[in-house]
Design a protein around this ligand. Structure first.
Ligand SMILES: [Zn+2]
Length: 180
């Protein structure tokens, strides 16, 4: 299996799910302002970090930013994370590391569904890319935050042979059950 083995399948599947729920995904006419996108992404991150699975070490100083890149149609939305360095100082006064999450959203992609896709990368365990844990979190957020039809999403995931498993995390498994 390659590093990001089901990426293409996820892209195809989400297009179908978005249009079923009357969402365009990319939307140049009706996208949020950069400020609103920043706020929405930051709220989601704070609401769900460590609530769906362990994905964030509370000892790290938390910082979330949405950086909007006006790439003139170039580039995909993506999530970046890492540590801030200021000169040689990696640690703050209390010894915590200063950690960041940044979301790059090219013009046209500042919509709820795209932001939820990207924040799902941040909330999934590291290095899973578009793998099973990512898909599971992504589905939960679309059902919970946007009222997308959970049964429809599960049915189409199975039809498209996508890997997912809500019970990779007990916390997520419980939350999915509570949606039914
Ligand atoms: Zn992605």
């Amino acid at each position: 299996m390659s590093k990001d083995y089901q990426r293409k399948k996820v892209y195809d599947w989400e297009k179908k799910v978005w249009s079923k729920h009357n969402e365009k995904g990319w939307d140049y006419e009706n996208q949020m302002s950069p400020k609103a996108a920043d706020k929405y992404a930051t709220e989601l991150w704070n609401k769900y970090k460590n609530k769906l699975c362990y994905n964030f070490d509370p000892r790290d100083v938390y910082c979330s930013q949405v950086k909007t890149k006006n790439a003139k149609g170039r580039g995909r939305p993506c999530m970046k994370s890492g540590f801030w360095y200021s000169g040689r100082r990696k640690y703050t006064k209390n010894g915590a590391q200063s950690y960041y999450k940044k979301m790059h959203l090219p013009d046209g992609s500042r919509t709820k569904v795209v932001i939820i896709h990207e924040i799902s990368h941040a909330l999934a365990p590291r290095r899973v890319h578009h793998g099973s844990e990512f898909v599971s979190i992504y589905v939960y957020l679309m059902a919970k935050e946007l009222n997308f039809n959970l049964k429809y999403m599960i049915k189409t995931l199975n039809e498209d042979n996508l890997n997912f498993n809500f019970n990779f995390s007990k916390k997520l498994g419980r939350r999915i059950k509570s949606l039914n």
